[in-house]
Each structure stands twice: as C-alpha cells, then as structure tokens.
Design a protein around this ligand. Structure first.
Ligand code: 6R9
Length: 658
C-alpha cells in the first residue's frame, strides 16, 4: 500500500521569463541537467570547484567528501582552513566595488528608524564586538547565546562569534524566558547577548526582562551583554548584565580584532529546531561545508548578483535567517535588506511599500505571510511599483497553489520566477528548489533537486516508490551543508535521522515525484491522517480548503474515530467579510467532497480566529490534534508559539462544538 494517497493534481506550469535569462548563472533546463549529472558522477570535483570558486581558504583541504550514514559520520573539506567572518566581510574590503557599498540596509518598524552599514562599517562593528567578547573571556569553542530582534547588530554579533571561533546559538527574540533558558542551559552558554526590546505592530516589546529571568537559573552564564534598540536609558537588574555601549566606549574607533583560523569541521553554530514536536534539538553545523553550501545555494537558487537588493523576511533566529540573511548573501558580497516589523502594520501594504521604496530585487518569504497578505486583498500590492523585483521565493511549508499563483500574479506581476525551496534546519540550505531561469515551475512543487542532492521516495519497507506514489522523502548521499550532529546528544542524531531507513538521511517529510521528475512535498509524515486505511497528507486537504473563496487558512488534523480509525478535523480561518454560519460549513463539506472526494469528507469543521504557529509560520498540529481529541490538559510546550492566546480560544470553541 502506498505510504500516502495523493489526492490533488495541479496541472499548471509556468516557464521562466526570457528577461534575465541571458545573465543567469544557469539559464536552461538542459544546463541544469548537465550540471546535476556531473555533480552526482563526480561529487569530489563538483564540490571542490564550488568551494574554491565561492570561498577564500587559508589552506585547501586534504579530502573533499566523506560520509558514512550508518555510523553516522559526515565530513567535508577535511583539513581545510578558513574563517566564516573573514569570508563574509574582510575579504570584500579588498574589492573597491564592495568595500563601501551597503552590506545591510535596515528599516525599523517606525519609519524614522533606519540604518545602513557598508561592508567597511560592518567590519569595524564586528571587530569591536569580537574584541568585547574576547575581553570578557570568550574563547574558541565557547558557546554564546544571541537573543535579539531583527537588527544589524544581531548580524554583527553572529559574525563576531564566528570571527573568534565561538559557537553562536541564536534564539528567536519572540520566545519566552522559559524557552530561552532551556536553550542556554542545553548549550551551556558562557555569554548571552540581548537588548532592551523591539517594535512589533506599533508596540514596544521588551526582551531584557525575559533574558534576565532566563539567566536567573543559568549558572553557566558569566556575562550578559545588553544592546540598546530604543535609545532610552536601560535599567539592569542582574549583576552579570553590562551595556554594550559601555563596553564599546573603551575601544578605539579603528579597533581591529584578529580572526581565528578555523578547521573546516569546527562547529560554527548551534540552532534549536522549531520545536513543532516536543523537546527542541540543538542541531549543529560546521564551518567549511555549511559556508560553501549557503553561498552555493544563495548564488544559484536566487541567481544572486552583486547589484541585487536582497530581502529575506525571515528572522535570524531561524535557519533561513542564518543561511539566507547572513552567511549566504554576505559571503557573496550582496546588499541585504532587513525589516524589523510585521507585514501588516501600519497597514497590509507595508511590505510592498518597502519593496517600492528600497528597490528590492529578490524577495524571499514564507507561505504563511503570503496567505496573510493575500487575505487582505489585491488592492494592497496594486498600490505600489514592484517593478524592481526579479525573483520571488518561499520557504517553510508546502505552498498552496492558490497562494503561489497569487504571489506570482499580484507581486511578481507574472514577470518573476517563484522559487519554492524545500529544506530543513538540518540540511543547512536549499535541497529541492527550481533554479529560477532554468526550471519551469509548477505551483506547489519544489521542482527538482539541486546539484549534489539525491533524494528518493521510499515505502515503509525501504523499497523505492513508483511515480506519483507518496512515501518517505529520504536523501541518499551527503552534501556539505548537512548538520553534523545534535549538540550533546549524538545518539539522538542517529536515532532521528539515520535509523528509520539505514543508509539514508531521513527527512520526516512525505513526498511524491511526478512523471516529469518534479517533487511534491506533502507535509510532515507524523501529520498524516489515516482515514479508513487511506493515508492522507494534511497539505493536500488544506490546499483544497484554501481554494474556497471564503477560506483564508486551514489546518487539518486527525482524531480518533470509532469506525474510520481516524476522522478529519478541520480548523478554518475565514477571510474578511465571511460569517461562520452552518450553511457555510455545509458548503465547505460539499466543496471538499467535490474537489477531493468522499474519502476526505471532514467530520468536524471549527471556525477559528487564528491558528497556533511557530514563529517561522509552521502550524503546530501537535496542539491542534490534542484539542481535536479533547485532551485539553496536556497541550505540551507552547512557549515557542507566535500567539499563545489563540490556544485558549480554540479550547473554548472546541468545548462548544457539536
Ligand atoms: C527551512 C525550514 C523544516 C520543515 C521541512 C518541511 C517544511 C520547509 C518547505 C517545507 C514544503 C517547502 N518545509 N520548506 N515543506 N515545501 N518549500 O523551514 O527549516 O524550520 O527546520 O523546517 O519545514 O516539513 O521538513 P525548519
């Protein structure tokens, strides 16, 4: 039996525009296929070439690729020497065309707050930061936890760690003090870096209180460096806290800090995964392979050129922020745009206004943000001149075809390829994604694997699935950007990723491959609903709901059902102007029966004010499953939710649902 029954068929196909093709790194499917084949035939040559082209090494490596998925052990560029900060900043200062161009353009949520750091200025900020860390006793291999909002100094803090060989662990600024504490303790961080707060939706959010509360129980923390975002005097309670501005005062303007020469396999950072399922895992990445992979995918998947103004809307506390706000684009010497606020404040035109104002050329965001903005209507993007855009991208979850097409038409104005990038914290960078001017796009499909990546779809018994048969998405060979382990828990690394199918990297996602070789990600396999023996992917059911004009967002989970094994429970968020009536419920049921078939008939529909999501926009189905099953007592860890309040509302609604 198939692992997953595929229900949706999306037939539309969009070809890359002619404009931009001639200048593209890879400009035809034929070239993509040639490079792909070469990368599999000769991975040593392929990765060595990319590594030399993109990164400056102090010493070349002795062995390019080595892996054994049974142990597991993964090594790339072994014996090679480099420094990630040097590659992202120092080396650009020798290039007069880059030295004084903007590395980071930052727009705060209040319009008056803007900052620009040229590469030269970023370098001096990093040197000071690195010197401060050294003066506080931070040494190579020590862990530093960074708890900051989207601000240029957060990038400087990360690169300062990389400069001196300290391992950074960035914790998303929206997390609770408890979530922060768990992560500080797990990493045994010596220093924490935070700030007074940030603006979100017109309000001041404080971070310092939460940071001080978190470190109260953390004996490992020797110092807490506090940056100033608001510009007002800051009151410190914990005596380990020190103001960044005070520490900086003692340093000269032209302070220089030497960089450490790092081994390719020295850890660069730890990042705790989103925590959609239980206790967070501290995945760690190493210097050489990760940096090569981040730069390589940034260059090809975004077709990034030195004159691009590139905006990835992700927070730096997410892997997307690490690879595609910081390491990838800066290693390539691009201009990175960062925005502090939310997309809908002061109005839902904010992002489009910023694209217009700053002349953004590449916009990389998440399906959840697209759906939120789509719900507000086409009139918002219509108001602005978006002609600077040349490439759009999405990441984080499968994008519903409706949202894809809306983004393509209303934001890209049918001129911009949309790159739907499938990857994970553990993969370090994009794995399956269209190379924009080479690969025709099908809405909802992440298209083809990138060079060097060999995905397969396996059945439960380990055999390969047929065309269009859903199964477990696994990867057959290593790539440089792969995580090297779970911090402090090597057993867990093996268990989670290398045990289900020995010899393969296990992604945990369901997928199918169509007759043209396109990959369709069907969501996490632990989210699959088994209705009368049919295993249905939540993604396809949700997409079908979102096709209905009244539906803004949908989350579908299974619940125990006497007859069917599992029943279908749908949480539906309506668009503006639609009322949650029982007629509409009936209409939605018949819509699903029509689009997908009677097997997918929802047992319950609950009109929800919102959905519990992680900060990177992933729906926490674990919580929704419990609410659907009326297990209200033990909802698990909700500390990483974007809006924890929504959970209580859903519990009330569930109690009253007949
Ligand atoms: C980068 C990131 C990883 C999980 C992954 C999958 C889902 C991410 C996706 C996608 C379908 C895409 N996911 N991108 N599913 N299409 N383009 O999101 O990392 O936070 O570790 O999450 O996200 O389920 O397994 P991370």
């Amino acid at each position: 039996m198939a692992e997953l029954t595929s229900l949706l068929k999306e037939g539309r196909i969009f070809y890359p525009p002619q404009e931009g093709k001639d200048q593209a790194y890879i400009s035809s499917r034929y070239k993509y296929k040639q490079i792909y084949q070469y990368s599999l035939d000769d991975p040593d040559e392929f990765w060595a070439e990319r590594a030399k082209e993109l990164i400056t090494w102090f010493k070349y490596w002795d062995r390019t690729c080595y892996w054994d998925f049974y142990k597991p052990e993964i090594k790339f560029f072994e014996g090679g020497k480099l420094n990630a900060c040097f590659n992202c900043v120092d080396r650009h200062l020798d290039n007069p065309a880059i030295k004084n161009k903007a590395a980071i353009i930052w727009q705060g949520e209040p319009d008056r707050d803007t900052k620009v750091y040229t590469y030269h200025m970023l370098h001096s900020e990093i040197c000071k930061f690195a010197k401060i860390l050294k003066n506080l006793g931070v040494e190579k291999g020590d862990r530093v936890t960074i708890y900051l909002p989207t601000m240029p100094e957060a990038v400087a803090a990360m690169l300062a760690c990389a400069r001196i060989g300290a391992i950074h662990s960035v914790v998303f600024g929206g997390f609770s003090s408890e979530a922060l504490k768990v992560r500080i303790l797990d990493a045994q961080a010596k220093v924490v870096i935070t700030c007074d707060g940030t603006y979100r939706g017109g309000r001041r959010i404080t971070l310092l209180d939460r940071a001080e509360e978190a470190i109260r129980d953390c004996d490992c923390v020797e110092h807490c460096i506090v940056l100033n975002r608001f510009g007002d005097p800051i009151e410190l309670k914990d005596n380990r806290c020190i103001l960044y501005d005070d520490l900086k005062k003692d340093l000269s303007v032209a302070e220089y800090c030497e960089y450490e020469v790092m081994d390719a396999e020295d850890p660069l950072f730890i990042l705790y995964t989103s925590g959609t399922t239980g206790k967070p895992k501290g995945v760690y990445h190493t210097t050489g392979g990760y940096l090569v992979y981040a730069a390589h995918t940034t260059q090809w998947v975004f077709d990034l050129k030195p004159d691009d103004i590139y905006w990835c809307t992700a927070d730096i506390g997410w892997i997307t922020g690490h690879s595609y706000v910081v390491y990838g684009p800066l290693a390539l010497g691009a201009t990175v745009f960062m925005y502090e606020g939310v997309p809908t404040y002061p109005n839902p035109g904010r992002w489009w206004e910023l694209v217009d104002r700053y002349g953004i050329t590449i916009l990389y965001t998440a399906p959840t943000a697209i759906r939120v903005l789509m719900r507000e209507g086409d009139q918002w993007p219509k108001k602005y001149n978006l002609s600077s855009l040349r490439i759009l991208g999405t990441v984080g979850e499968p994008i519903n075809p409706e949202a894809w097409v809306w983004f393509y038409v209303n934001v890209g104005r049918k001129r911009c390829p949309v790159v739907d990038t499938w990857w994970q914290t553990e993969t370090g960078g994009h794995m399956i994604a269209p190379i924009p001017f080479a690969v025709p796009q099908k809405p909802g499909s992440a298209t083809y694997p990138l060079p060097g990546v060999e995905p397969v779809i396996l059945r439960a018994d380990g055999t390969e699935a047929d065309i269009n048969e859903g199964g477990h998405l696994c990867i057959k060979r290593a790539w440089p950007g792969m995580a090297r382990g779970v911090w402090g828990d090597e057993k867990r690394f093996k268990e989670v990723y290398f045990s289900r199918f020995p010899g393969y990297y296990y992604t945990g996602d369901g997928a199918r491959k169509d007759e043209d070789g396109y990959f369709w990600i069907m969501g996490r396999l632990d989210d699959v609903i088994n209705v009368s023996g049919h295993r249905l992917g939540t993604m396809e059911l949700e997409s079908a709901f979102v096709e209905h004009p009244a539906v803004a967002e949908a989350a579908v989970v299974g619940f125990p059902h006497d007859i069917k094994g599992e029943g279908i429970f749908a949480y539906i968020v309506l668009k503006e102007g639609f009322d949650p009536t029982s007629e509409l419920k009936k209409e939605l049921v018949s819509h699903i029966r029509k689009v997908i078939g009677p097997i997918a008939t929802p047992d319950f529909i609950l009109f929800a004010p919102g959905l519990p999501k992680t900060r990177s926009g992933k729906i926490m189905r674990r919580i929704l499953r419990k609410i659907a099953a009326q297990q209200f007592e033990d909802l698990g860890d909700t500390s990483t939710l974007a809006e924890p309040e929504v959970v209580e509302k859903l519990v009330d609604l569930r109690k009253n649902l007949k």
